[in-house]
Design a binder for this molecule. Sequence first.
Ligand code: ISL
Ligand code: CA
Length: 535
Amino acid sequence: MAEYLWWKHGVIYQIYPRSFQDSNGDGIGDLKGVIDRLDYLNDGTEQSLGIDAIWFSPTYPSPMADFGYDVSDYEDVHSDFGDLATMDRLIEEAHKRNIRVILDFVPNHTSSLHPWFLESRTSRDSPKRDWYVWRDAKPEGSPPNNWIAAFGGPAWEWDQNTHQYYLHSFLVEQPDLNWRNPEVVARMHNVLRFWMRRGVDGFRIDVMDRVVKDPELRDNPPQTNPRYREMAQTALQIHQYDVNWPDIIDIVRGIRSVVDEFPERMTVGEVFGRPKQIVEYYGTDGHDGLHLAFNFPFVRIRDKRWTAEHVRNVVDAFEQALTPGAWPNHVFGNHDVDRLVSRVNNDGRGQERARLAALLLLTVRGTPFIYYGEELGMENAVIPEEKLQDPARIFAPGRDPERTPMPWTRKGGFTTGEPWLPYGDLTQNVADQAGDPRSLLTLYRRLLWFRRASDALRVGDYTPVDVAADGIFAYTRTTGDDRLLMVLNFTTDIVDVVLPEDLRVTATVIGTHGEPAATQKMTLAGNEGRVLRLA
Ligand code: ISL
Ligand code: CA
């Protein structure tokens, strides 16, 4: 086996801690609950899912204005989730199972109730004043510039007490930290060290692309492209001065050097932009920047773009943009976007497409990310208006539909109490799927365990293959004699594929629709995908 590096060759599973498993009946998922479910994720046998690492959305003390993305203490655990001792135990129990632990690091903003901000807002002379971004009003009293917050409204909030505005790229309750102040940098670096000393293996870095902005705070130009007109308010301007500002890379380098103080740790950053912009965050050949920067097009993919051509373009564009030492990654869902099945379901065949997506995600080159429940084909839940909780309602109905409790059984099994959000469809549950050889969960397990043993899939080269059939995406993954071919039909039609002579198939390894004998000419059903072994 080629040398194994967990964050490159393993599979990362995202847990939204409120929704995975409740252990005390208060209806909110917690760390003890996760410990109880670790064997589901990986118990060392093919009965378990077989993931290699968990990324936890924020577990820190927080007023929960943005469900944990408003942190009031970076070095503790929210009482809803447990305490530091439980986190230590979770890390230990995960490591026993060879599962790495990735925490969510939220550098762009704190909670407005974080002691640093409470101090900062006491007076203009506060020693912490410059830890945040405070500015005078314009002469006529309006905010310093035209920036708008990601969740709507101006990005500036007036402080009655000290007569200045503070910057908040998200909610009013999430004031932006000032990473141009070296004290902030040093303090936040120590947060990383705090967790790495406790055994944390890596960090998903929230909103990496906004961590510093234009020092002159210039107005963003208006968005004139009519394509964006219907979108959220934040799309009404081009984020020229507040997103992907060039000297963010210096902040990234600083973070990398701290993470490199500890062996085998990693970072994955949340960044939005074109592949060329994303790849900047990896630094020089992936050595002094982020280990991974999310390759996001698949989290936005919807029916219209569910084509072999678009999917291949996404994969190839990222591959081509990457510098030699930088490593790709793929992700179909997270806590901010509609569930995949619900995005590609206009003809009711979203569940079939989820099978094809699983095959793609786990065979294409790069680190796969799985959002909890994706392995079950979880769909967006329909939540009654009065039960909606997400503050980001400018994207109606907000992000609750993709954050509902993990369906462990037909009755739920997430809590003995009232779940904080209602369950979605309980027919797609772990217990039933675990025993069903044709379930999506079974397909995920088979792909994951096959991948673990396959050098071709973990480290092999990726080469797209042109086949003379419409709607097919085909590619090889090869290293030495370990040679695989993937053939995926993105249409709902039956398609005949004749493989090129130089690609001699010897066996069907795993298929979304079963494993018929391998032949040079094959007929794929709609939404069918196969992993084939090559001579
Ligand atoms: O504005 C955007 C794109 O330029 C948004 O997509 C934004 O960057 C994204 O929503 C940021 O998400 C992250 O930070 C938020 C939090 O609510 C999300 O859950 C988190 O993933 C604020 O911390
Ligand atoms: Ca609980």
